[in-house]
Design a protein around this ligand. Structure first.
Ligand code: FES
Length: 118
């Protein structure tokens, strides 16, 4: 006794699309979930592509896998401002570019300011 194939696999063995792309009514319950699954996965893969475009770092040290800076506290001046918006031309130091970014986007980012006690 042979097992009866699942309806979805039975569809794959026999062509259901005839001339004029007509799908028999009885096959719609099989074809529709398959098409919906393909469409859903296509939408999800497109969303992943968009997320890659939302990277914070657009220009700084793009040739390295991780941008890291190390400073010795004793070497810092009496006051230093580090960029946290990734828009500074003097990165990792703040050059005020966050102001334009905030005006253009409605964001509220600003620098990390370290002040050495006298
Ligand atoms: S320029 Fe980026 S925080 Fe000021």
């Amino acid at each position: 006794m042979s097992a009866r194939p699942l309806p979805m696999f039975a569809l794959l063995r026999r062509p259901v699309i005839s001339a004029g792309f007509r799908i028999p009514k009885g096959r719609l319950t099989t074809v529709f979930p398959l098409g919906a699954t393909v469409a859903f996965r296509t939408i999800l893969s497109g969303k992943n592509t968009e997320e890659k475009d939302d990277r914070i770092n657009k220009t700084i040290d793009k040739d390295v896998s991780k941008v890291v800076h190390n400073f010795n506290v004793e070497d810092l001046g009496s006051k230093v401002a580090f960029c946290r918006c990734w828009k500074s031309k003097k990165f990792p130091y703040c050059d005020g570019s966050h102001g334009l970014h905030n005006r253009m986007t409605g964001d509220n980012v600003g620098p990390l300011i370290i002040i050495k006690k006298a």
